[in-house]
Design a protein around this ligand. Sequence first.
Ligand SMILES: *Cc1c(COP(=O)(O)O)cnc(C)c1O
Length: 427
Amino acid sequence: MNAAETPFWGPDFAELSSTDPEIADVVLGELDRLRGGLQLIASENFTSPAVLAALGSTLSNKYAEGYPGRRYYGGCQQVDRAEELGRERARELFGSPGVDVHVNLQPHSGASANLATYAALLQPGDTVLAMSLPHGGHLTHGSKVSFSGTWFRPVSYTVRRDTELIDYDEVRDLAHTHRPKMIIAGATAYPRLIDFARFREIADDVGAWLVVDAAHFIGLVAGKAIPSPVPYADVLTFTTHKVLRGPRGGMIVCKPELAQRIDKAVFPFLQGGPLMHAVAAKAVALKECLQPSYQTYAQRVIANAQALADGLASEGMRPVSGGTDTHLALVDLRELDVTGRQAEERCDAARITLNKNAIPYDPQPPMTASGIRVGTPAVTTQGMTEGDMKEVATLIGRAVRDGDGSAAHDVASAVGALVARHPAYAR
Ligand SMILES: *Cc1c(COP(=O)(O)O)cnc(C)c1O
């Protein structure tokens, strides 16, 4: 193979600039934005140049409906290798001696992985017990604006008012009352560890499937920094672009006996041809996750999130549940008399990107919200440490309290100096 000697093997920004200067300007402008500010959105990360190279490759051209060795199109020899390598790496990463798993790398997104799982395990109208959206659940866990709340019958569990932790007694009681066919554990804005053994016990009590939507924290599992749900879940769905640091996309890991149901639900029930450039990029990311350096990374992500939560607490912003065990913190701003939306806008003006977020039992509507959510996957990838997180917390504090915008310029300069010490996508 001498493709590397030929000019057309992959992404070529000079070519993009001459063909389409407007889109080239968007791509480079986005790189400037990423490099020039603090990226604290908990679901984002900086994927590696190796992952980006696979994403920008000619694998994007290939139709490969089906699975390795059983495709509906010819010419799949190379893409089959990519998908097989990805599956092997995922089995190594998420299986363990005595616990074999089946892997599907084709879901286009986390939401697609969830839809495929509903399709594999349920009939329309079946009852699903999952975390309430305002308490940190995901739209695909029963919201009325999603398939999950219109084609299925959702029942929601919440967090306790006093501890802001999942109310496992309520989960058990709701399961006994409503007899769900499927229980989902996992959330988008829950900073604490989830007791998967407890969920398994409850699911077994009522004969429900246990699905763990690990989109947010699967990278921490891959990095062995938090306990794995694999021994407990029937099906694990997740995204590959959050802490895991792969390309944008979804994945499913399930018990071997559910392999056929899951595979058929992804294709042909739900999707057509897989995005083979994304499948190959997932394989690259999974290889990166198998390196010892990734385990160090996962531990640092958590240490940074804890330092950030502590720092924000000293700025008068209360971490929901008192802190975090993961990569994210949810912060209650009511003591500062600032809404989540105001905080998001003020931080944005100071080149700090984060999102407003409902807190449990939030008195504000979701578009206003009383809190913000911050996460450390991206800043940790660019090499920031706990000392930097103290500074980040101070800068967020200044920006959030900056009602008249007079501090935005100074905070933005301090942000610029901080990110210059830890450049993202440095050459
Ligand atoms: C991010 C997320 C999803 C959806 O992923 P998309 O790729 O945006 O569709 C699903 N579930 C949870 C818990 C998530 O955090």
